[in-house]
Design a protein around this ligand. Structure first.
Ligand SMILES: Nc1ncnc2c1ncn2[C@@H]1O[C@H](COP(=O)(O)OP(=O)(O)OP(=O)(O)O)[C@@H](O)[C@H]1O
Length: 256
């Protein structure tokens, strides 16, 4: 089986900081791949390079058999690669439904803020999309009135409105209250699996990784330090020490 996304030898340095120092990664069609690693390891840089927001200084990115290295974000989106950001990118003064209609209109090449509001077909599609995410009850609320978990879900719904085949998500659960987190991820995973979307997501919560990722890639100083099924990778003593130890201190440890 051929990979949907193939990164080969990706390199990018900011001054003396090697944010990508030879990244080789295959993302297989329909898999859910989690990226974990300490702050500053280069996880967001990988997403930025893959979606055209940063140009690698070396290496290639191939998507669905075509090289996309250094192409513009809009061109990459058009090919079927969408992303969500660490901070949601919703239009705060618009309702959730208007945001969804705007995203659908942008997929159709229309950027006017008014056109989507006038086209019943896009409003209808927006409501159907929100329904899949369980967001119909907040369809009429302004985006800036949503709690963080709902805002994150709405933001990802906007990316799904673009009908991607590959979706990259930067920390979809960051800032989400612990009690809400699993419900949000369950909804998200159900929608993406139903739509047969391949997903890459940066995640700091190891419970989420363990439960929802098919494979996990461990980033460390611009390189991939480990790659494999969560049960294997998360049990690796080096990963536990260098990644999980920092992010999830062992519960119940007594301190003098
Ligand atoms: N546009 C930029 N200009 C300068 N330095 C940058 C830029 N983007 C990233 N860096 C640096 O590159 C390194 C990798 O950053 P990146 O954001 O990719 O890490 P990360 O693993 O996503 O971290 P975090 O978990 O904190 O989001 C960091 O040292 C960061 O400061």
């Amino acid at each position: 089986m051929r990979a949907l996304l193939e990164a080969r030898g990706l390199r990018l340095a900011f001054g003396g900081v090697k944010a990508a120092d030879g990244i080789d990664l295959d993302v297989m069609e329909h898999e859910f791949l989690a990226i974990i690693g300490p702050n500053g390891a280069g996880k967001t840089t990988f997403i930025n390079m893959t979606t055209g927001y940063l140009k690698p200084q070396g290496g290639t990115i191939t998507y669905s058999g075509a090289e996309i290295t250094g192409r513009r974000p809009r061109d990459i989106v058009r090919r079927g690669v969408a992303r969500s950001f660490q901070l949601p990118q919703l239009f705060s003064e618009h309702t959730v439904e208007e945001n969804a209609a705007l995203a659908i209109a942008s997929r159709e090449g229309i950027w006017s803020p008014f056109a989507p509001l006038l086209r019943p077909a896009w409003r209808q599609e927006a409501r159907e999309l929100l329904d899949r995410f369980g967001l119909l009850p907040v369809a009429g609320q302004r985006a800036d009135a949503l709690n963080e978990g709902t805002r994150k879900l709405a933001d990802i719904a906007m990316a799904v409105a673009l009908k991607p085949r590959l979706l990259l998500m930067d920390e979809p659960t960051s800032g989400v209250a612990a009690a809400e987190k699993m419900g949000i991820v369950e909804t998200l995973v159900r929608v993406l699996r139903d739509a047969r979307v391949t997903a890459v997501f940066v995640e700091h919560d190891m419970d989420v990784v363990e439960r929802f990722a098919d494979r996990v890639a461990v980033w460390s100083q611009g390189r991939i330090a480990a790659l494999g099924p969560p049960a294997q990778v998360l049990a690796d003593p080096a990963v536990q020490r260098d990644v999980i130890g920092i992010e999830r201190p062992a519960a119940g440890v007594a301190h003098a």
